[in-house]
Design a binder for this molecule. Structure first.
Ligand SMILES: NC(=O)C1=CN([C@@H]2O[C@H](COP(=O)(O)OP(=O)(O)OC[C@H]3O[C@@H](n4cnc5c(N)ncnc54)[C@H](O)[C@@H]3O)[C@@H](O)[C@H]2O)C=CC1
Ligand SMILES: O=P(O)(O)OC[C@H]1O[C@](O)(CO)[C@@H](O)[C@@H]1O
Length: 404
């Protein structure tokens, strides 16, 4: 039996296989993937390895390939997973399943924690690598709801729930377009950033062994907001405007000067101005961060569909999320929002019959009216400046839609 420290990763999808597991594996952890998808788990247990293709027109070297080996898979619906969660060599549990799935994995994690208490096992850290501020805190609350009193007391002492900011663009990968690639392979951009909340970690800090590429921060909130309100905000605006203008990928959409101007304005003059005020990022440093983000969007080597980046518009229009979040921050600092208003309007026009949230949103706008619905969704009251501007932008963008 391997004496390596172990990591369990929930969600053997793009970000799991393409970002988190590779860092853990390269740092000396034996990675155990768990997923509801039996096809992926069976493939992992047949191959025990796969390749990460670095696809980046911005990188010095194109088509670099990293081999990830010695991985295994466990179906998340079986008791094998509880045995894995109770393993004495388990150090870390990560997730990349989607924010809305955290509810579903919480009872399993609670059972795993109870089994660790019964076995007197070592401390572990749980990190939810989802696109949201405080995703791990949300998971922790859901897990605690399933713990008895003694298990909760054990968890408080021995289980770290650390929030993080997770940034790497990993769209679905087409193995057929790459010689010799397998169905488990993934295609990623070269850039990555994983920042974890240091004060929440249990046991040795940095982790033992340290995870190469995992940065630790005492003030995660600043990095979290910087990422969500820059990369994700700009990405979402590019995707929604790109969809309206009938582009299929983010790289194509950002190549349209009308879209690029809106994204630049939203990131530099609005979200960026508010982030600099709140978190004291220097103009030079934050400007460079935004420019890197824009260069990443233009990377045509990763084929990133606007419908992937725009998926679930209601989650993206939630109050603390990537569009409304920075707009609210702007209003707190008296910064007018023109470009972000256009981005929110484009999100409200996202009409994709294959996306459940888009269907729900379009139906609600039709039945309840745009003005009250937008106010209810975002908290921007009817009659407020932002509300009025979003309505104006919506009307103008309807013209884009008709023009196609
Ligand atoms: N793909 C990307 O570029 C990035 C994604 N993220 C975040 O990472 C998370 C995952 O995104 P992707 O990897 O793109 O999605 P994905 O769809 O490729 O992977 C999610 C995986 O979770 C599995 N899953 C679903 N329900 C499950 C359950 N109950 N138990 C165990 N596994 C389950 C799915 O079968 C799938 O394999 C999302 O929160 C996303 O916002 C964050 C940064 C980058
Ligand atoms: O994964 P979500 O939250 O649906 O949003 C897509 C976003 O996530 C990413 O995949 C990575 O941060 C971005 O490409 C994009 O902004």
């Amino acid at each position: 039996m391997s004496q390596k420290p172990r990591a369990i990763h929930f969600g053997a999808g793009n970000i799991g296989r393409g970002f988190i597991a590779p860092l853990l594996s390269k740092s000396g952890y034996h990675v155990v993937f768990t997923d509801v998808d039996k096809g992926i788990i069976d493939a992992i247990n047949e191959e025990h390895s796969y390749s990460v293709h670095i696809l980046d027109t911005n990188a010095d070297e194109d088509n670099e390939v990293e081999e990830i080996s010695y991985v295994k898979g466990v179906l998340s619906t079986t008791d094998d997973l509880i045995r894995e969660l109770a393993h004495p060599k388990l150090h870390i549990v990560t997730t990349a399943v989607g924010l809305t799935v955290l509810d579903k994995i919480a009872p399993t994690l609670a059972r795993g924690i109870a089994a660790r208490r019964a076995a007197g096992a070592r401390p572990i850290n749980i990190i939810a690598c989802e696109n949201a501020i405080g995703a791990t805190a949300q998971l922790a609350e859901k897990v605690r709801a399933h713990l008895g009193k003694e298990d909760a007391a054990y968890a408080a002492e021995h289980v770290g729930f650390a929030n993080c900011s997770v940034d790497r663009i990993v769209p679905p990968f087409d193995p057929e377009a790459h010689d010799g690639a397998s169905s488990l392979d993934v295609g990623v951009e070269a850039f990555f950033e994983w920042i974890v909340e240091r004060p929440a970690l249990k046991g040795p800090v940095p982790l033992d062994p340290p995870v190469e590429g995992m940065k630790l921060a005492d003030d995660l909130a600043a990095y979290n907001e910087r990422k969500l309100f820059t990369l994700n905000a700009g990405h979402a605006i590019t995707a929604y405007l790109g969809y309206l203008a009938k582009y299929s990928t983010v790289a194509e959409a950002i190549g349209d000067e009308r879209i690029a101007a809106t994204v630049r304005g939203a990131l530099h003059d609005e979200a960026g101005a508010a982030l600099r005020r709140k978190h004291r990022f220097s103009e030079e440093e934050h400007g460079a961060y935004i420019e890197t983000v824009l260069t990443r969007f233009a990377n045509a080597a990763v084929h990133d569909d606007v419908v992937r980046v725009g998926r679930q518009p209601l989650r993206k229009l939630a109050r603390g999320d990537r569009l409304v979040g920075p707009a609210r921050m702007c209003t707190e600092y008296g910064i007018p929002v023109h470009h972000l208003a256009r981005g929110m309007a484009a999100a409200l026009l996202y009409d994709n019959a294959k996306d459940e949230q888009s269907v729900e949103m379009c139906k609600a706008i039709k039945e309840r009216g745009l003005a009250p619905y937008f106010a209810e969704l975002t908290g921007f009251e009817e009659g407020s400046e932002v509300h009025g501007r979003v309505l104006e932008e919506y009307k103008e963008l309807e013209g884009w839609k008709r023009a196609q």
